[in-house]
Write a protein that binds this ligand. Structure first.
Ligand SMILES: Cc1ncc(COP(=O)(O)O)c(C=O)c1O
Length: 133
């Protein structure tokens, strides 16, 4: 079972896949009114394809959606994706970040830069509005 293809659809979260993540025209062709985010690996496992983060970030932000990147392979020691425009960075800490693979873990880092109340993220918008009252 994989997370995007099998697990998340049970909760109403569906993913359109692309062949080449750095092909901006292909990625943009999948963005619709209900799209919330682009998800990509900074260095893909196992293909090792390297993500060009800045142009993908610009595309995401033109559409008001988040760029979420999995930075597990390079770790923050080698690459800090927020500096190139990523909104959320996730890591499997099971791998290089802990150096030994003897404990299962993960990390999610929010850049704090995305406008979550731009209308694309209603549940977050409503929660944020609730906190402002
Ligand atoms: C890039 C990347 N992210 C996440 C994972 C999932 O890691 P975990 O085993 O901690 O669930 C993997 C597993 O191979 C991976 O290669």
């Amino acid at each position: 079972m994989d997370a995007l293809g099998d697990f998340l659809p049970q909760f109403g979260i569906h993913t359109d896949f692309v062949k080449h993540i750095n092909d901006l025209a292909e990625v943009e062709s999948k963005i619709g009114p209900d799209t919330r985010a682009i998800f990509a690996e900074t260095v893909a496992n196992p293909s090792t394809e390297i993500l060009d983060i800045e142009p993908l970030s610009q595309l995401a932000h033109e559409h008001g959606i988040a760029l979420i990147v999995d930075n597990t392979a390079p770790t923050p020691y080698l690459l800090r994706p927020i500096e190139f425009g990523a909104d959320i960075v996730v890591h499997s800490t099971t791998k290089g970040i802990t150096g030994h693979g003897n404990a299962i873990g993960g990390a999610v880092i929010d850049s704090g830069h995305l406008d979550w109340v731009n209308g694309r993220f209603p549940p977050i918008h409503h929660t944020a509005a609730g906190h402002q009252r």
